[in-house]
Design a protein around this ligand. Structure first.
Ligand SMILES: [Zn+2]
Ligand SMILES: [Zn+2]
Length: 127
């Protein structure tokens, strides 16, 4: 595992990076899997192919108010997920909306997490 803030190699059980002091999992500058430097707002590491998870409350560089509003009004269609590079979550919401009408419930959960800065951008997750 590598520090996502400075790219330093870390043990899996380390809570903070000993080089930069940032909490494990915080930061988006480096791949946590291979330590490769990432382009800004990259959804996938170009070196190892692993999906890049955002830090809590980090909305892939998007504005919180904008994403919250889009999530509230268009969330059932997963528009906010697509904007943040989360294609899988977006597709799941569309399917859930058309099949069971559940997309807006999933969107509401996202909406609350976004407002509370608890939302984690993860292109690998389905919801
Ligand atoms: Zn570090
Ligand atoms: Zn990588």
């Amino acid at each position: 595992m590598y520090c996502k803030n400075c790219g330093e190699a870390m043990n899996d059980n380390q809570a903070i990076c000993l080089k930069c002091g940032v909490k494990t999992g915080q930061g988006t500058a480096f791949c946590s899997n291979c330590g490769n430097a990432l382009p800004e707002n990259a959804a996938v590491c170009l070196n190892c192919g692993v999906a890049v998870k955002g830090a809590e409350g980090d909305l892939a560089g998007k504005d919180k108010v904008t994403i919250a509003l889009i999530c509230f009004f268009l969330g059932g269609l997963g528009i906010h997920n697509f904007l943040m590079g989360e294609t899988k979550k977006g597709v799941v919401k569309i399917v859930a909306s058309f099949c069971f009408g559940l997309g807006s419930i999933l969107a509401l959960i996202d909406f609350v997490k976004i407002l509370m800065d608890k939302y984690v951008v993860d292109p690998d997750k389905l919801f």
